[in-house]
Write a protein that binds this ligand. Structure first.
Ligand code: AHR
Length: 527
């Protein structure tokens, strides 16, 4: 029995759940209809729009080419930022962008990225291919980009190779007004008004590329950075995000949360992070295309693990913070495959197939189910890198299947989660067993009910019957994302192979009946 964790539990006794679990196996075998019940009488948590956040690192063609082409480029741009990419991202209502890394953040020195472009020093991007980093996309350009797409800033400060003073100065430069000298320098560089910064990450993967620090050593750094890296604009304070778990490990989460429980006035955090990639095997060895159904299922199994991994992090956090004051930010997640043949291996370019779309929807569903604790997530990464929304090639741009999922889920941003009970059935592929379908529901600010249904089964379609407890439904309309093959992709020659299509459901006896294709993602509004 797939249930909405933490809330629907109160709706089902253990006995009922066990009986339903037994039923689930039978339902799967017979390929029976999957029945969902929306419990609109139970108030679920708000689904923070920030779980639909993005991550844009100075890595490969993510920033340069993908976002920044420079003001003199023949590619249409506004102050150097591509117009096509901005327009596409606006449709996603991107809530926040994490920048400048990733591993890059712990080697980034912000002063090299301010001032007249022709006077900025070039550096080497040691993490990602040893290529030249021109520093032409720096602080002001990032903030301009955010302004153009309507997103908030999530900056990662350099704890690994930087200093507390450097990080503190960066936030002072960004947020201080007169008579502050750093604020005056920002004014001289073209931005008199203080910038608003929503989130500041204190380091990135400090257990790995961010400095290989023990949890205790990181905690000592966190306390210092959290105190001195501050906003100088009392009307706009930012949230501090601590480094947390590596793929479900517990040492950082334990150490930071335990210390936070008895923290004194001089340091604090709002959020702790979790990084988790659906890889299959490390180093990444699964191909992004040309795979069979066993690798489709293997990657989805990896994504499905997020449910338990988040559950594990929640259990630790609940011990030290039962009131859920501290949020969990899954601020790096997504698929990670072998690089596209012919591309620079350090650029992490990979194609994006229907499998990525199903994986994205499953990940988002898991965040929605854990919305009481998961307040942010940042898919890796926004353009041209890993599980990207967008690919660019010269002046061309295409949208990936993952982009379409994020666009279809826009109505879930800041909506109230609605518990769903359902009998998922089972998808069996070799020795992999997964729920056959996944689903989440939410009520938006206008009272409209939205349901997302992901058919994980790579072979069988499903009939989904949606009932709203105590209410008859008149219909449902929305979009469905399907593809001819599990590894179908969009290319510059064929950019529309995987695209959402309109779907309307029939109604029987006050219940919505939807037919969903194998490996598909469907989002409908109930009428
Ligand atoms: O997203 C690519 C890299 O993965 C990031 O730079 C790093 O934080 C993680 O290991």
């Amino acid at each position: 029995m797939m249930i909405y964790r933490g809330l629907a539990v109160v709706l089902f006794s253990g006995l009922l759940a066990a009986a339903a679990a037994a039923q689930a196996a039978t339902a799967a075998d017979s390929g029976a209809t999957v029945s969902l019940t929306l419990h609109t009488g139970v108030n679920g948590p708000v689904i923070s729009r920030n779980i639909f956040g993005q991550f844009a690192e100075h890595l490969g063609r993510g920033i340069y080419e993908g976002i920044w082409v420079g003001p003199d480029s023949p590619i249409p741009n506004t102050r150097g930022i591509r117009n096509d990419v901005v327009a596409a991202l606006k449709a996603l209502r991107v809530p926040n962008v994490r920048w400048p890394g990733g591993c890059f953040a712990d080697e980034y020195h912000w002063r090299k990225g301010i001032g007249p472009a022709n006077q900025r020093p070039a550096t080497i991007n040691a993490n990602w291919g040893g290529v030249t980093e021109p520093n032409t996309f720096g602080t002001h350009e990032f903030m301009d980009f955010l302004d153009q797409i309507g997103a908030q800033a999530y900056l990662s400060v350099n704890v690994g190779s930087g200093t507390v003073a450097e990080a503190a100065d960066w936030l002072e430069y960004l947020t201080a007004g007169p008579p502050d000298a750093l604020g005056a320098e920002r004014t001289a560089n073209g931005h008199p008004a203080p910038y608003q910064i929503a989130f500041v990450g204190i380091g990135n993967e400090s257990w790995g590329c961010g400095g290989s620090m023990s949890a205790e050593y990181y905690l000592s750094q966190l306390k210092i950075y959290s105190h001195f890296v501050r906003s100088y604009d009392p009307a706009h304070l930012f949230k501090r995000i601590a480094v947390g778990s590596d793929g479900g490990s517990s040492d950082y989460t334990e150490t930071v949360m335990k210390a936070w429980q008895s923290h004194v006035w001089s340091w604090d955090i709002d959020t702790i992070s979790l990084h988790y990639y659906s890889v299959g095997k490390w180093p990444p060895s699964f191909k992004a295309t040309g795979f069979a159904e066993n690798e489709y299922a293997a990657i989805l199994k990896e994504t499905h693990r997020l449910e338990d991994i988040i559950g594990g992090q929640e259990a630790i956090m609940d011990r030290y913070d039962p009131q859920k004051k501290i949020g969990l930010a899954v601020d790096e997640w997504g698929t990670w495959f072998t690089p596209t043949p012919g591309t620079h291996p350090g650029f992490l370019e990979q194609q994006n197939s229907e499998r990525d779309a199903v994986s994205a929807a499953l990940g988002l569903d898991i965040f929605v189910r854990h919305a009481a604790r998961v307040r942010m997530a940042n898919i890796a990464q926004m353009v041209n890198v890993l599980q990207a929304m967008i690919f660019t090639q010269g002046d061309k741009m295409i949208l990936t299947p993952t982009y379409h999922v994020f666009r279809m889920y826009v109505p879930f941003q800041d909506a109230a989660a609605v518990p769903v009970s359902f009998d998922a059935g089972e998808y069996v592929q070799g020795d992999i067993r997964l729920p056959r379908v996944d689903t989440v529901a939410a009520k938006d600010g206008n009272g409209k009910l939205w349901v997302a249904v992901t058919n994980i089964d790579g072979t069988r379609g499903a009939t989904v019957e949606i009932a709203v407890e105590g209410k008859r439904t008149r219909g449902a309309r929305g979009e469905t994302l399907t593809a001819p093959h599990l590894d179908s992709v969009n290319t510059f020659d064929a950019p529309h192979t995987v695209e959402p299509k309109a779907i309307a459901a029939r109604v029987e006896d006050g219940k919505v009946i939807l037919h969903v294709a194998p490996a598909s993602v469907t989002v409908v509004a109930l009428e």
